[in-house]
Design a binder for this molecule. Sequence first.
Ligand SMILES: Nc1nc2c(ncn2[C@@H]2O[C@H](COP(=O)(O)OP(=O)(O)O)[C@@H](O)[C@H]2O)c(=O)[nH]1
Ligand SMILES: [Mg+2]
Length: 210
Amino acid sequence: MVQGFPDMPFRFSEWSRKLPTRCFRALCCKGPPPPRPEYDLVCIGLSGAGKTSMLSKLCGESPENVVSTTGFSIKAVPFQNAILNVKELGGADNIRKYWSRYYQGSQGVIFVLDSAASEEELETSRKELHSALQHPQLCTLPFLILANHQDKPAARSVQEIKKYFELEPLARGKRWILQPCSLDDMNAIKDSFTQLIHLLEEKNPEPVRM
Ligand SMILES: Nc1nc2c(ncn2[C@@H]2O[C@H](COP(=O)(O)OP(=O)(O)O)[C@@H](O)[C@H]2O)c(=O)[nH]1
Ligand SMILES: [Mg+2]
């Protein structure tokens, strides 16, 4: 019995069709580049901190037409070595109480604050960051804290923010990055995202990053 014989001409033609690709791969010892890893992140912070504008700019979109985020929005932000699926949660007073419902599945946290905000707003921001750092679904994850609006004269320095937000005692033993930034300086923002990706990739993380 010659099972499969009738198939041979077809199989041969398929094999020969793929031959140039196979030879090329064998000679060059490489196939297509491996897919970039994807990480799911949650992005929080009060309204006006600059979350949407920053994420839009990172995606190559114009931040000019940004509208206030009600509920949440998701963006896939591409970097050279990874794709970050960032879920931005609206920061308005009546929405913040629902933030924790959207934490599940997150692998890292981006917290954006306005360094030039009023005392009252900064205090609210501090409370929100503290509850995020202590939340059971987020407390073990890497945090990128962006002290945005640094271009404004009223902006607090990164040292003032670190002290005011009591980051050293509160985030001790956690993996976190505190980055002063503004929408005008995307390089600093991109660098801090690259550091965050390193933290996401780490299997045996060092305890604290500043
Ligand atoms: N001067 C200044 N304005 C900013 C900066 N980042 C965002 N903005 C502005 O702040 C406003 C609120 O930004 P938006 O991205 O909607 O904040 P979100 O509510 O956190 O998403 C917009 O008018 C932005 O152009 C910054 O670093 N400096
Ligand atoms: Mg927004």
